[in-house]
Design a protein around this ligand. Structure first.
Ligand code: AMP
Length: 218
């Protein structure tokens, strides 16, 4: 059965890591607006050129831009079996647009899983984060390092730090999260979809917890 869910949480909460694991377990795609935007920046497309300034500052890309991206992405055939939204929606306007889209498509959301992590832990996690420049697999200098330093275990690509993962930008992103994204907790609670959980602990434990949360609750 198709499963459509949102992983919600501040930058550094582990959404990307958990979305990848869940995607592999359930055979449904991870849809990350951050990944789509970074790819557009790397490819130098008009979308990438528009988005880059916002991303480098740790600000949100305008709602209509990301809503357009998601509309297009959800129209692709692999979305029919469900998906994990990672990093979208990030504002109430985006959540409302998503609701309208899903209503029109007759494909309601099943779960919104909110992952909570203390702010100082987030800063430590994000500033130590490294990502493979080729396959985007995530690593961390303290918590999850590769067999060979600086080299991706999976594909041999070089591990890089995202431009927006430097500490001052991280603080900005966290404040944007509190102001613009946190209101979504109340929004989805009101819709009866919200499942909250602690995001501290081992990656596999959190993955198991997400599985429990989405299999129990309906
Ligand atoms: P992420 O990888 O999800 O942390 O996203 C990286 C950056 O991409 C964010 O700091 C924003 O600049 C931009 N971005 C990603 N998703 C969204 C979204 N849903 N709305 C606005 N901006 C976004």
């Amino acid at each position: 059965m198709a499963m459509r869910l949102i992983l919600l949480g501040p930058p550094g909460a582990g959404k990307g890591t958990q979305a990848k694991l869940l995607s592999a377990r359930r055979g449904i795609p991870q849809i990350s607006t951050g990944d789509i935007l970074r790819q557009a920046v790397a490819d130098g497309t008009p979308l990438g050129k528009e988005a880059k300034g916002y991303m480098d500052r740790g600000a949100l890309v305008p709602d209509e831009v990301v809503i357009g991206l998601i509309r297009e992405r959800l129209g692709q055939p692999d979305s029919a079996k469900g998906y994990i939204l990672d990093g979208f929606p990030r504002t109430v306007v985006q959540a409302q647009a998503l609701d309208a889209m899903l209503r029109a498509m007759g494909t309601p959301l099943h779960h919104v899983v909110a992952v909570h992590v203390e702010e100082e832990a987030l800063v430590e996690r994000i500033s130590g984060r490294r990502t493979c420049g080729q396959c985007q697999r995530p690593y961390h200098v303290r918590f999850h390092f590769p067999k060979t330093e600086g080299v991706c275990d999976a594909c041999g690509g070089a591990l890089l730090q995202r431009d927006d993962d430097r500490e001052e930008t991280v603080r900005r992103r966290l404040s944007v999260y509190r102001q613009q994204t946190e209101p979504l907790l109340a929004y989805y609670k009101g819709a009866g979809l919200l499942k909250e959980m602690a995001g501290e602990g081992k990656i596999e434990e959190i993955a198991a917890q997400i599985d429990r949360v989405i299999s129990n609750a309906r």
